[in-house]
Ligand binder design. Structure first.
Ligand code: SF4
Length: 111
């Protein structure tokens, strides 16, 4: 966060990507948060993990707090899968719930 021009999303996305795709290990994962964007926030909301709110900053905070609650040892571990589901399955208007790995427990599943 001390680097000029980097916000919360990028500073958490970078170590998540280094860990997931390049196998870089860290001494402490508890400070690596989820990188909340429109995809991850939408999936958290549709799964019923966070409330639907119109204010995007509040939605980000809910998403970060829920990810920390779900996995305090490594809150960011949920980032990749939720982003991929949000990007490729959980479209804003026409979600492809049949292809979604969360469909068995999703509160907003469309059948
Ligand atoms: S089951 Fe459907 S609505 Fe629920 S997260 Fe998956 S794609 Fe989105």
């Amino acid at each position: 966060m001390d680097f000029n021009g980097f916000g919360f999303k990028v500073v958490n996305m970078a170590p998540n990507i280094l860990y997931r795709y390049y196998g870089i290990e860290f001494s402490d994962y508890s400070a690596i948060d989820i990188a909340p964007d429109v995809h991850t926030m939408r999936v958290f909301q549709r799964l019923g993990l966070t409330p639907f709110v119109t204010d995007q900053e509040i939605a980000r905070i809910y998403t970060i707090c829920k990810a920390r609650e779900l996995n305090p040892e490594f809150p960011g571990i949920a980032d990749g899968l939720r982003w991929e589901v949000g990007k490729y399955s959980c479209n804003p208007s026409k979600p492809k719930c049949g292809d979604c790995p969360f469909s068995s427990f999703c509160e907003r599943k469309i059948v």
